[in-house]
Design a protein around this ligand. Structure first.
Ligand code: ZN
Length: 321
């Protein structure tokens, strides 16, 4: 019999809910809109979507992928930057609304869920030690060491986006300066593109045209579109982003010695325009380079579904199925 589990990807304004089989395939999907400032609306939207899917599927595990700091008991979100969760008992609230004692509800950090999906079923399925970077507006990360997801002692691992790479650098939402996320993220790419648009308008002509003439209107997809068409500045901006990714990965190699880095999230649309510079700077900055294997840096396989698939897999494993 096929064993299904539910994965829920909780975004700022909507949730995506999927029924996932034991091979990591999504067999049914539904969505709900939510209000990020009203956590109770998220609880009831999840319960409602789960009830809808329960009409046609049997399952005993529900995994919730949350963009926030998740407690070690995988039941609470202690803090989230973009949703009003503070010491929030998400698992208990959703479980009470579902009202089925035979269904286990587990909360996971969204980047950890995505990383587990890539490890189990995606780009890292043949790896044992890997790092997943989910690079969108910010930089989320997951570590798999010797085949185990690393959550740390208190549940807050692995927030690699807040690894300090530039002492005294750009201010970060975490309250500190110089975090990796401020250099290796879609926000960093857009910040540098805006700066170029203001300081180097002639060189930025292609980007400015895509943005309707306004430097402040330049987006990440504009940079990628221009770079794919051969625009020099677009290529340079993506290479700079890639270089920051590669340098950070080289420092991580000193700690973890992984065989594989998987890069997902919105910026992966830039493909090799970003990954090739990342590989080059990884090789350049790798400690003891020339005397050790070079880990691969590859694109993620699962696109936007990784959170759902990983959350479902982790929840199923938590129930022992
Ligand atoms: Zn930070």
């Amino acid at each position: 019999m096929t064993k299904h589990a539910i994965g829920v990807d909780i975004g700022g304004t909507k949730i995506a809910v999927g029924v996932v089989d034991e091979h990591g395939a999504i067999v049914a999907k539904t969505r709900r809109k939510t209000q990020p400032q009203d956590p109770a609306s998220i609880d009831s939207a999840i319960a409602d979507a789960v009830a809808e899917l329960a009409q046609n599927y049997e399952f005993h595990a529900v995994g919730l992928a949350a963009a926030g700091f998740v407690s070690a008991d995988r039941a609470h979100v202690t803090f989230a930057p973009n949703i009003a969760w503070r010491e929030y008992p998400l698992a208990a609230n959703v479980s009470a609304l579902i009202g089925r004692p035979d269904i286990t509800v587990v909360v996971e950090n969204d980047a950890n869920a995505a990383g587990w999906a890539e490890y189990k079923y995606g780009a890292a399925r043949d790896a044992t030690n890997m790092v997943m970077l989910t690079i969108g507006t910010g930089l989320g990360a997951a570590l798999v060491v010797d085949g185990r997801l690393v959550r740390g002692q208190y549940g807050f691992g692995a927030e690699l986006g807040h690894f300090r790479v530039v002492p005294g650098g750009h201010a970060c939402g975490c309250g500190h300066r110089g975090c990796w996320e401020q250099y290796a993220s879609g926000s960093a790419l857009v910040r540098e593109a805006h700066r170029a648009g203001v300081e180097r308008p002639v060189r930025s002509a292609a980007l400015l045209e895509l943005a309707g003439g306004s430097a402040a209107g330049i987006t990440g997809p504009h940079v990628t579109t221009a770079a794919v068409a051969g625009d020099e500045l677009g290529i340079e901006l993506l290479a700079e982003l890639g270089s920051w990714i590669g340098q950070g990965c080289a420092s991580l190699a000193a700690v973890l010695d992984p065989e594989l880095f998987v890069v997902g999230g919105g910026v992966i649309a830039a493909g090799d325009l970003m990954l090739e510079p990342a590989r080059a700077s990884y090789s350049e900055y790798l400690p003891a380079r020339g005397h050790r294997p070079i880990a691969s840096i590859v694109a993620a396989d699962m696109a936007n579904d990784a959170g759902i698939v990983g959350a479902a897999a982790l929840a199923r494993e938590a129930t022992g199925e």
